[in-house]
Design a binder for this molecule. Structure first.
Ligand code: SAM
Length: 276
């Protein structure tokens, strides 16, 4: 068993309190690499110096950066192809019918990491739903990490990141080549608004959305935090809103206000009628 760094328990508790995330007993490397990142980016000389400052002011910006550096930010374009098939063939066409009168579509990409999910959706809408061109479409791409929010605003991805999931023909249509990679073109970028959002914050206010993607976040929460978060998400759903979770996530046996809907191999969750 690898030896835990001296500040492991302190950081673990901090991350749990502020972001509701569980760092497993065996995940000392997560704390190590998070703190190494803080040293590099914020110019501290030692981990001790960072931790002394954090302990002195647990509400400081540095403390928030430490918490944010501990999260797993793995993502890719069109991650889990069946999800995108389900969105394209079922969910989006139904939403367009539902929102025909208002011509507004509001989507939350929660815990969006560097934004590949939000831009995948924006590309999908531009590619397959030209009728949305004169609608008011807004995809809010949010994450707890300021670094990730800045990346979403930049909307620029390395060739490697693009190669992870973005088909070449869509890359050539919706990205332009820039130094160091590819930038999303303006007509796609304008659909996405980046916003910092801590989904564990007691002060979080969420408006209603027509579609919510919140994939690969609940897996890092314990049962109590999952319930709290799902009850908050519930209040930001219309009767027609679908909630899309990660492949190994569910509301079943966690929050009975939701019911799953299966579209082939794609499953999403909506509010049960008695909770509308
Ligand atoms: C594994 S990534 C998932 C990215 C994307 N949703 C996907 O499935 O490809 C998890 C993201 O959740 C963010 N996160 C962790 N805790 C959070 C919280 N309390 N509020 C908002 N975002 C959080 C992390 O910063 C990270 O970018």
């Amino acid at each position: 068993m690898s030896e835990k760094p001296p500040y492991f328990e302190y950081v673990r508790k901090l991350v749990k309190e502020q972001a509701h995330l569980e760092i497993g007993e065996q995940s000392a490397h997560v704390v190590d690499s998070g703190l190494a990142h803080i040293l590099r980016v914020h110019g501290y000389n030692s981990v001790k110096e960072v931790m002394d400052s954090v302990k002195e002011d647990p509400a400081s910006t540095l403390t928030m950066h430490v918490v944010e550096s501990m999260t797993t930010k793995e993502t890719s374009f069109f991650r889990d192809s069946h999800v995108w098939e389900g969105l394209r063939t079922q969910v989006v066409p139904e939403l367009i019918e539902k929102r025909q009168a208002t011509r507004r579509l509001s989507v939350l990409s929660a815990a969006a990491a560097s934004g590949q999910e939000a831009f995948s959706l924006a590309v999908l809408l531009r590619e397959h739903f030209p009728q949305l061109a004169n609608w008011n479409v807004r995809i809010v791409a949010s994450d707890i990490s300021r670094e990730m929010v800045a990346r979403i605003r930049e909307a620029t991805y390395s060739a490697l990141e693009i190669a992870r999931g973005m088909p070449e023909h869509l890359r050539d249509t919706y990205f332009k080549k820039v130094e160091g990679g590819y930038r999303v073109i303006d007509s796609v970028k304008e659909l996405v608004r980046a916003q910092r959002m801590n989904l564990a914050s007691p002060n979080l206010f969420l408006p209603k959305f027509d579609l919510i993607l919140m994939r690969n976040l609940l897996i890092y929460f314990d049962m109590t935090s999952k319930r709290k978060l799902l009850s908050r998400i519930r209040s930001s759903m219309h009767p027609w809103t679908s909630l899309v979770l990660g492949a190994s996530e569910t509301t079943v046996n966690i929050d009975h206000a939701f019911e799953p809907t299966q579209h082939g191999s794609f499953r999403c969750f909506s509010l049960c009628e008695e909770n509308l």
